[in-house]
Design a binder for this molecule. Structure first.
Ligand code: HEC
Length: 167
């Protein structure tokens, strides 16, 4: 056998291997992995697709759950009432849509004021509430953050609802 023939056989084997690999890949993507049933584990928002954006998550979030989270985790430092006072942190009614660190009568840290060109929206709130110290190193909000993106979405949906009734 000459070397050209050997090369042809080699190429044929390689091609076969690639073809098998490719069809395996197609089969793997075409057949969804079975979802393991986890009895007893509550899946809060089954409708949210994996990789959903924070805007999607907020759109599907629960204002009631967010309210409960705020009462538990924010209300000791923040008033959530209309025209509420500053406590340890600034009052949060109507905070969505304002500039960062821009609530009159509250002395913000320089750490937060460096973000004053940004506006509080779903994205900035989610980043801040995930880890205040990462968003604004040196902030005086001593709060570790909320790891669960779903809980942050619920909370943000609640904050979004804190605005005067349209008339
Ligand atoms: C231990 C007290 C404390 C807790 C708990 C706390 N905060 Fe704060 N928060 C602060 C302080 C203090 C600031 C001002 C931070 C600064 O100037 O660096 C602040 C600032 C903020 C701001 C920025 C406001 C603005 O106008 O820029 C938002 C939004 C906020 N907090 C939301 C929350 C939410 C939502 C929770 C509950 C998950 C929460 N905070 C829990 C003390 C707290």
């Amino acid at each position: 056998m000459d070397s050209v023939r050997l090369n042809q056989i080699g190429a044929a084997c390689l091609f076969a291997a690639l073809a098998v690999g490719a069809s395996w890949g197609v089969a793997r993507t075409a057949v969804p992995e079975p979802v393991p049933a986890k009895p007893g584990v509550a899946i809060p928002h089954p409708a949210a697709p994996a990789g959903a954006s924070i805007d999607d998550l907020v759109a599907r979030a629960s204002v009631e759950k967010g309210h409960a989270i705020a009462d538990r985790q924010c209300a000791m430092c923040h008033s959530l009432a209309p025209q509420g006072p500053s406590i340890i942190g600034p009052a949060l009614f109507g905070v969505v849509g304002t500039h960062v660190g821009d609530i009159p009568g509250y002395e913000f840290s320089d750490a937060l004021k460096t973000h004053k060109d940004e506006t509080w929206n779903n994205t900035t709130l989610s980043t801040w509430l995930k880890s205040p110290a990462d968003y604004a190193p040196g902030t005086k909000m001593s709060f570790p953050g909320i790891e669960s993106e779903t809980e942050r979405a619920d909370l943000i949906a609640y904050l979004n609802s804190l605005k005067p009734e349209p008339r």
